[in-house]
Ligand binder design. Structure first.
Ligand code: GUN
Length: 283
């Protein structure tokens, strides 16, 4: 029987501490940390994420504004808005919700965000800093995973951490954060040969594939820590992760559920990054 890592409860604890830090900052600087969230189009999942980010800001005493633009917004219009937000003193963090509609160049849009306001840590300047191990912003989902491990006293040092997935948002930065905590890291992906053989050697297994029930019991070592970053819908339309939870849970020492695992931590880390950005911009 595994310990079920409670992301919801952990997020509440971290957000409670954050609320106090935000209050102290606002009293000292006479301004609340401010986040601008930009969403283009009407992807239902993105709309839910954006609404949750906006709500979470309010709960910890941050200022936030949502810019919901129609799907046919041109690149010039979007870049103009980002330029305006870059110059807006009320705004310390800018997040452009991905994915963008196909006619918009994500790379160009990310490059347009002032790296000091890039609370997603997607700008190449911030990505480079993560590679070096000297960073202010940590990408929210991998940072949420690290915070969960910390709160449950799971030290990655000396452990073999296997990450399934090599995305710029999760897999790659997750590897760097684990490395910084002295784990031995393997990144697996869709072209990895003998995947199960490798994942079976993981002390900490992070699944970031985007496929329901991808990680099965035969891929997991007895006693492994299993972290599920996936958010999928199964055949019944129910929210589920990348891990076959029912089959894997009895073998794991710790496991995150979906929902209620990594998800609640992601927004918490975004709030943390926004406060960090506000502190650095008001020094
Ligand atoms: N879409 C899915 N995850 C993320 C994220 O962490 N940041 C942004 N901007 N878009 C996303």
């Amino acid at each position: 029987m595994a310990v079920i890592i409670d992301g919801k409860a952990t997020a509440l604890v971290v957000r409670g501490a954050l609320r106090k830090d935000v209050e102290a900052f606002a009293q000292e600087k006479n301004i609340a940390p401010g986040l601008a969230v930009v969403i283009v189009g009407s992807d239902p999942a993105s709309q839910v994420y954006v609404r949750n980010k906006h709500k979470a800001c309010g709960e910890v005493g941050m200022y936030s504004e949502v810019h919901a633009l129609p799907a046919e917004t041109t690149e010039d219009e979007l870049l103009l808005l980002i330029d305006k937000l870059n110059k807006d003193a009320k705004i310390h963090g800018i997040l452009v919700q991905l994915p963008l509609p196909k006619h918009l160049d994500e790379e160009k849009v990310i490059l347009a965000i002032d790296p000091r306001k890039d609370v997603d840590a997607f700008h190449p300047q911030n990505v480079g800093k993560i590679m070096i191990g000297n960073f202010s912003f940590v990408p929210c989902t991998p940072a949420g995973v690290m915070e969960l491990l910390k709160q449950y006293n799971i030290d990655p040092a000396g452990k073999h951490c296997v990450i399934i997935g090599r995305s710029n948002i999760v897999g790659k930065p997750q590897a760097m954060l684990m490395l910084k905590e002295n784990a031995t890291v393997t990144i697996c992906h869709s072209k990895t040969a003998n995947l199960a053989e490798i994942t079976k050697t993981a002390d900490i297994l992070v699944a970031a594939v985007g496929r329901a029930n991808f990680v099965t019991a035969d891929m997991v070592k007895e006693g492994a820590v299993v972290i599920d970053v996936g958010i999928n819908r199964n055949a019944d339309g129910k929210l589920c992760g990348d891990v076959d939870f029912a089959a894997v849970e009895p073998m794991a020492s710790y496991i995150t559920p979906v929902p209620g695992g990594v998800g609640p931590m992601t927004i918490t880390m975004l709030l943390k990054n926004t406060l960090t950005a506000a502190k650095e911009q008001t020094k």
